[in-house]
Ligand binder design. Sequence first.
Ligand code: SF4
Length: 296
Amino acid sequence: MSREAKKSVDRVIHDAEVEERIREFFERNHDLLRQEGGHVLAEGAKRQALDQVLCYWRKLKAIATLVTETEVKLALPGLKTPKGRPFVLEGVVDIVREGNKVLMYDLKTHEESEVRAESELYKQQLNVYAYIWKRLRNQGLDGTAIIATRLPPELREALKARAPKAINAAMAAWDPVVDLPFDEDEVARTIEDFGRCVDEIEDGKFAPPPVDKLGKPHGTRRKKDHGDTPGGGLDREPTFAEIHCRNCDARFSCDSYQAYQEGQGGPRSKRKTPGMRDDAAEQELDAWIEDNLAEF
Ligand code: SF4
């Protein structure tokens, strides 16, 4: 066997072994969660979770194998809100050192399209982490990026259908690393925004935004055509409701969201929650429940 061919076989074996270890760790973690907290996943949900981890590894192995420091905790103490309350800003990032370059990655359990749509918000957070890393830790930094870990809808659908061609196409189209260059000049404004947010929480101000805000475009990038948006996947900026509300656990008891849904029209959800209308998130939730109930 030629040296090149042997190298190639070694590489395949190596990747297969990594995936085997991932499956072992996944099972071990699941057992631990079950024993310690009583959390049990139905088979369908467990399969989806393992698929997500494996896809994440396959797509991002080049970065994953280069990570030199993982779960690095960054903290900026001694801050004050506009109302004088003390607070600490904390974050957890991964660091990659490659040659002379240092890159910082922040993992988010969101979809890539959400991160791209709200890139300014994510950038603000990275600016603060970059500031802590450079100024307080006195370390060099050449780039910052968000890694969006939630699989895109096309890939989730393809995995569910166990359709290899569609899975390959969706994997190739998925681009979960969103580069967001940092700008330290923005740090003071970001810290002030966080402080205002702390004041609102401490003052018990949790009112949702007015209903008209939910239907308005709320991003800085155009949404990709996922075919899952009301209106048939139009190439347009996503709305506040599409970015935030569809994943919000409070949406079933949120007055603004209920009013927004009632104004949208369309078929009612199969669960027929009073005052609620169907939407992509509802359909997804229904499909998930049906999928997992079918396992019993
Ligand atoms: S559903 Fe959630 S994200 Fe949307 S407005 Fe209500 S509280 Fe805010």
